[in-house]
Design a protein around this ligand. Structure first.
Ligand SMILES: CC(C)(COP(=O)(O)OP(=O)(O)OC[C@H]1O[C@@H](n2cnc3c(N)ncnc32)[C@H](O)[C@@H]1OP(=O)(O)O)[C@@H](O)C(=O)NCCC(=O)NCCS
Length: 384
């Protein structure tokens, strides 16, 4: 059996460099630090678009007309409400688990009340997809309010997707500028090719399972510190370092001990991540606005040291390095940074699932077998 497989398959650890699908959703030029959604540069979307419009673009393949955007935005607002039993369940969930685990439970639970729950990813699921994207922020905000003993704040139909989340989280309407910054952060996180969580969603969907299962797979995958969980750890590191003058010693020690600096490096980008560049500007802006430059100064010092030490290896800041500083100033609790990433990325997950299943083939790679060819079965009383 082993002999049959050996040598027959090209092996790429972590599927690095493997093309696993055709896609017209986004393109990353890792050497030039460029990212486009459906051909539109991320910088233009950050400047002119908002999350709802970007979500439409990713899901439907083109920018919406005014009327289409109004309908889509209205649909998202209508879908923000959670089934009563899911809301009750969220109130009852224990306050200690990581909110990413709560999100998995909430998305799985919502599926139980979905009249279309048995429809697989291939069967006209766009309204299901929009419902999930619209409901995730409500799930996160409700859980946070409940675990901190505060009243739940229902969604406000007068507010856009980003502003409404901040409102449900804090119980007061955000100022327009901060809502806009958060909106841009969501746009920047909305999509990123076949990253681990998107691929996990696609693998699940490729079995013709349902969209909720695909999103639950993706949430579990995004949770890990090598993926979406890095943003939360960046802030922890900045706190550990404490002051900019301690950054050099911290980074050099970490590197000599082969520890990774969170928020740096990327499988595809071998230069500055264009999303990090935009988020850095906002982190800088908010640090000045709040006259609190503690984090940005440590961050910028780490960036200099890392580029000096590892820039030649293509290690630069990624999207997670400055996003945490931005979120901190927007009053988002640290353990919600990764759920907020999930809330933004849900559209990328869904777009790839919908695209892939149209021309579906179940994912089924093989392992390069490295075990013995034949081992005799030894009865248990004869084993030593
Ligand atoms: C994102 C990440 C998983 C990509 O991993 P990858 O493509 O498998 O890259 P590799 O592990 O092959 O790294 C290449 C080299 O750079 C080093 N490197 C990569 N990221 C590093 C980091 N954040 N800190 C220190 N060194 C790093 C590796 O140690 C390796 O060095 P070596 O060639 O001497 O062994 C990796 O960069 C990482 O762990 N980053 C920190 C977590 C993070 O920020 N994740 C969010 C991603 S958006």
């Amino acid at each position: 059996m082993g002999a049959e497989i050996k040598g027959a398959i090209e092996y790429s650890k972590g599927l690095e460099g493997v093309i696993a699908a055709l896609s017209s959703i986004s393109y990353i030029d890792g050497s030039q630090g460029k990212l486009v959604y459906r051909g539109i540069p991320i910088e233009m979307l950050a400047k002119y678009s908002n999350y709802e419009e970007t979500a439409y673009l990713l899901l439907y393949g083109e920018l919406p007309t005014k009327e289409a955007l109004e309908n889509f935005t209205q649909q998202m607002k209508t879908f923000r409400i959670l089934p009563k039993r899911v809301e009750d369940c969220i109130r009852e969930l224990p306050p200690n688990p990581h909110p990413m685990d709560i999100l998995k439970v909430a998305v799985a639970h919502t599926a139980l009340y979905d009249p279309d729950r048995l429809r697989c990813c291939r069967e006209g699921v766009m309204s299901k997809v929009i419902r999930i994207i619209a409901q995730i922020p409500t799930m996160i905000a409700y859980y946070h309010r409940a675990r901190t003993g505060q009243d739940i704040v229902p969604p406000d139909p007068d507010l856009g997707h980003a502003a409404n989340f901040l409102y449900m989280l804090h119980g007061k309407k955000p100022d327009k500028e901060e809502a806009r910054i958060f909106d841009v952060a969501l746009v920047l996180h909305a999509e990123h090719g076949l990253n681990a969580s998107t691929f996990a969603a696609m693998v699940t969907a490729s079995t013709l399972s349902d969209i909720n299962s695909a999103i639950v797979s993706a949430i579990g995958t995004l949770k890990g510190p090598l993926h979406g969980g890095a943003n939360e750890r960046v802030l922890k590191m900045l706190d550990e370092i404490g002051t900019p003058d301690k950054a050099e010693e911290y980074v050099l020690n970490a590197l000599s001990e082969k520890r990774r600096i969170m928020g740096f490096g990327h499988r595809v980008y071998k230069t500055y991540d264009p999303r990090a560049r935009i988020l850095k500007e906002y982190a800088e802006y908010l640090s000045n606005k709040y006259n609190d430059r503690r984090y940005i100064e440590i961050g910028e010092r780490i960036e200099k040291i890392m580029i000096r030490e590892l820039g030649k290896k293509g290690i630069f800041p990624n999207v997670d390095f400055y996003s945490g500083i931005v979120y901190q100033f927007l009053g988002i609790p640290r353990d919600l940074f990764t759920p907020v990433f999930a809330m933004a990325r849900s559209v990328g997950w869904a777009a790839h699932v919908c695209e892939y299943v149209q021309n579906n083939r179940i994912f089924r790679p093989r392992a390069y077998y490295t075990g013995p060819d034949y081992v005799e079965y030894v009865p248990i009383d004869k084993r030593r």
